[in-house]
Design a protein around this ligand. Sequence first.
Ligand code: TRP
Length: 459
Amino acid sequence: MSARGGFNSRLGFIAAAAGSAVGLGNIWKFPFEVGQGGGAAFVLIYLLFAFLLCFPVMVAEIAIGRKTEKNPVGAFTALGFRKWRIVGMLGVLAGVVILSFYNVVAGWAFGYFIEMVQGNFAVGNDFGGFTSDYIKVGGYGLVFMLATTLIVSRGISGGIEKASKILMPVLIIMMLGLVFYSFTLDNAGAGIEFYLLPDFSKITLPVMYRALGQAFFSLSLGMGTFITFGSYVSKKDNIVSSAVLITLADVGIALLAGLMMFPFVFSQGLPPTGGPGLIFATLPGIFQALGPVLGIFIGSTFFLLLSFAALTSTVSLLEVPVSYVVDELKIKRKLAVWLVAGFIFIVGIPSLLSNGASEYFSNFITYVGADKATDFMTFVGHIANDSFLPLGGALIAIFVAYVWRKSNLNKEIEQGFEGFEGSFVQKYIGFALTYLAPIILIFIFVLTVLDRFFGIQLF
Ligand code: TRP
């Protein structure tokens, strides 16, 4: 183990990386994006992006990190390409922005745990009232940021590894149980159909870029999280098979969450287009129907586990700007963690107020051609998730393929994976990083920005 600390085992790395990837993105965001994106058609596009584009980018990020043992900014310098530091800086910035609103939603999840413990299932009928209470929701957000700060300040292997190894399996088992239960409800079939039977006419440009943004967000890609993780990985580990396992785990859990949610949504007669409130409006009624004792037990456990899943993600989000500040500005780690976390909490205040508490932030911007205003939090998410992350992914692919060079990538991956060079997977990763990712990601990035922010449709 180097002085920066390191993972105690390969399983430790996979568990921690999967812990970062699995979070609100899978259980809160994925179902509502599917709901707004027309159902199964969105799921299909998301799967294609996750495996064909995101997976090679993940391998590239881990390899850069392991090679350099640096944060995403320092990594580019260490490889001898100082100008490319800008990609790392974009990543640090994206991390700050994403964590600023992610922490707000994590606070909601934690708040719902408290409500469920008290048996307050009615909260589901007044989600808007819940999020408008900024003192309460702000308090939950503060608790959440404090928890994140304490874990990150204890260092990497101590905090993240232990928690995710125990809690992830419990969450999966619980969701499996809920999936089976959801199938028994009235009208479950309509939900399953919506979720699994694709209507290809629903595949539009916005569905494509939302699915792409969702894939990057859910896999924690495009901003150097995996460069940071990679910097703690041992040379004996197989990067490719680790990336396969992490991708499968993350996608699998998102799919499971959708399979559970849509029967619930349809059985309650709710619209699948409910947006960020979808799980928060749907689940309390489901738990209530289980009866007071079981409902409180299952409901509070579910939201507690969701909070832990979010915590392993907030930890990885905070880690990127912190490791940058520690390595580049030579500030002591403990101090850096508190400073960065405090700053991000403050940056998150407009997001905190943008779900009912403040009229201004709740109707922050009206896009060209849109009939409704977009709230601040959603707006920031559009910029960070659907624009910055795919752009970051494209730049990382271009960097590896054309600047650092594939031969160096292959040499790095070959350590821990004998026989990689010349294999089919090497050829695919090379092809994806050279052609597929740069072309598709840049193309969609340009179309996204024009369409969403300027209302210009080229096609
Ligand atoms: N992937 C996490 C989720 O799905 C969120 C997350 C953690 C993230 N680290 C990230 C997203 C880095 C983008 C980049 O909940």
